[in-house]
Design a protein around this ligand. Structure first.
Ligand code: AP5
Length: 214
């Protein structure tokens, strides 16, 4: 099964993708995570991407398309995957369609996750991530047992550099301008399942997602 999670920054795409990975035994393909790894590793791609990510702007399509094309061809994607944060604009969506045609794949469903803007800002400002295992937390909604320490592996919890209010507002503007039109694009293909993802715990939202994909 190939699932696309479509939603604004902070709508819970990463949180839900991780639960879907466990439930469906297919990998999460997050272009944000791939880019952050490249930045951390200091690769030429990472160095180029970093300046865009710091500002909350989209990284050029040419960089992202290479990453996703390579990833989709890996063995673990044979039974399907969860797209998280890709595509981000119409040209990436068209490119994804072409990649799928080339490799004989088909998108099964687009989960559109709706959350009000004030909730998005609060979620992103309070997000913390384990620098060791990647487990996500939130200072208010999903606090760790010990402040600053991962419950799973005792790693240090850190805040993403683009999770500050100024950059968050810029990311939300980019989402409205470039990414939100994809909702109509995929609706016209009959693929969209809309989920109210602003109210309820991550578990509640996960149940709603399972109900629409099963
Ligand atoms: P990316 O990493 O994709 O970030 P994003 O889209 O901004 O989304 P986030 O990861 O911030 O949010 P999320 O929806 O995953 O929320 P989460 O589950 O963590 O992209 C970062 C940057 O990389 C971009 O700005 C761009 O520069 C570049 N980039 C990436 N992909 C690109 C592409 N395809 N093309 C070009 N550039 C690209 O949840 C957020 C918080 O809320 C967490 O703390 C969580 O615990 C909490 N939470 C989740 N669900 C709930 C709930 N139900 N109730 C309460 N709290 C909740």
């Amino acid at each position: 099964m190939i699932i696309l999670l479509l939603g604004a920054p902070g709508s819970g795409k990463g949180t839900q993708a991780k639960q879907l990975v466990e439930e469906l035994k297919i990998p999460q393909l997050s272009t944000g995570d791939m880019l952050r790894s490249a930045v951390k590793a200091g690769t030429p791609l990472g160095k180029e991407a970093e300046s865009y990510m710091k500002k909350g702007a989209l990284v050029p399509d040419s960089l992202v398309l290479g990453l996703i094309t390579e990833r989709i061809q890996k063995e673990d994607c044979k039974s399907g995957f969860i797209l998280d944060g890709f595509p981000r604009n119409r040209s990436q969506a068209d490119a994804l369609g072409a990649i799928f045609t080339k490799f004989g794949k088909k998108l099964d469903c687009v989960i559109a996750m709706e959350v009000a803007q004030n909730e998005l800002v609060e979620r992103l400002c309070g997000r913390r991530t384990c620098q060791n295992c990647g487990q996500g937390f939130h200072v208010k909604f999903q606090p760790p047992k010990t402040e600053g320490v991962c419950d799973k592996c005792s790693g240090k919890l850190t805040q993403r550099p683009d999770d500050n209010e100024k950059v968050i507002l810029d990311r939300l503007k980019v989402y409205q301008a470039d990414t939100s039109p994809l909702l109509e694009y995929y609706k016209s293909k009959g693929l969209v399942k809309e989920i109210e993802a602003g109210k309820g715990s991550p578990q509640d939202i996960f149940k709603k997602i399972l109900a629409v994909i099963k």
